[in-house]
Design a protein around this ligand. Structure first.
Ligand SMILES: Cc1cc2nc3c(=O)[nH]c(=O)nc-3n(C[C@H](O)[C@H](O)[C@H](O)COP(=O)(O)OP(=O)(O)OC[C@H]3O[C@@H](n4cnc5c(N)ncnc54)[C@H](O)[C@@H]3O)c2cc1C
Length: 240
């Protein structure tokens, strides 16, 4: 069935149990050669907190995606990497505007918690998504490390440049992307933290690949005593 606007089945407070919603795709916007933003009609009654995710239903499968937009914004944004041969992302990448999607949510507890300690956001690849939502909900003054291979994968960079105290792109590729960058840190986010970040207490927010989260958490334990770590794992194994 196709509809033009989102609709809700049951009301759900942002902190309540996930509910099922119907929506339609408004637009697909490609952020790079392999990553796209889905813009979904916001179902009436759907509420969430910045940093939370939804569970999309597609191809008889379910996959989780963090919302990139602020809690008051519409349409809803999702930043999705096209995984060749993946069970769901190839189908999501080829959706046409107007096609219906169902999802459940909101889900998760990855939210910004203000404190006296400086906030350090660390993302790998599409792990940048919940941080975009946090900025759009008003979070400011953090240090952002975004680990990617090539500069054209630094999604939402202008949004972060306006909101962050500092943005450090951490590039692990060979600079063969469309727009080579000389101002970036060359290496992994863990290498930057280990070699550049002054030793004191921070609130670390980590999102993306499991290996990055494990490595940064171990480093924090060793080098940044008294710090807190909040983490959202997107996937384990190969990938960016
Ligand atoms: C809480 C949560 C939030 C998530 N939010 C996002 C999000 O905002 N954006 C997003 O793209 N994915 C996100 N994911 C991952 C997403 O749920 C899917 O696993 C992913 O889109 C792959 O789905 P698939 O069916 O196409 O691939 P599958 O058939 O499930 O193949 C999975 C393989 O693809 C690779 N892979 C999975 N996700 C990524 C990725 N993001 N980047 C690179 N390689 C990957 C891994 O090697 C993984 O083993 C999130 C996962 C969780 C648990």
């Amino acid at each position: 069935m196709r509809t033009r606007s989102g609709s809700h089945k049951t009301r759900s407070p942002a902190t309540g149990r996930p509910k099922e919603y119907r929506s339609v795709l408004e637009e697909t916007f490609w952020l790079s050669a392999n990553t796209f933003e889905l813009r979904l009609a916001r179902p009436e009654g759907f509420a969430f907190r910045a940093g939370q995710h939804i569970r999309l239903h597609s191809q008889g499968l379910e996959r989780d995606y963090s919302l990139t937009t602020g809690p008051e914004e519409a349409p809803l944004g999702l930043c999705i990497r096209h995984v060749p041969g993946g069970g769901v992302t190839p189908a999501l990448a080829s959706l046409e505007p107007g096609e219906e999607l169902t999802f459940s949510g909101p889900r998760g507890h990855f939210a910004f918690r203000p404190s006296d300690r400086p906030a350090v956001f660390v993302a790998s690849g599409t792990g940048i998504a919940p941080f975009a939502a946090m900025v759009r909900s008003g979070v400011r003054g953090f240090l952002l490390l975004h680990g990617v291979r090539e500069p054209d994968e630094l999604y939402y960079e202008n949004l972060f440049l306006d909101a962050a105290a500092e943005v450090v792109p951490c590039l692990t590729g060979h600079g063969t992307g469309k727009s080579p960058r000389t101002d970036a840190f060359s290496g992994r986010v863990t290498a930057y933290l280990e070699s550049q970040l002054p030793r004191k207490e921070y609130d670390f927010y980590l999102c993306g690949r499991e290996e990055m989260i494990r490595d940064v958490t171990l480093l924090v334990d060793e080098a940044f005593a008294g710090s807190r770590v909040y983490a959202e794992i997107f996937f384990a194994g190969a990938g960016d």
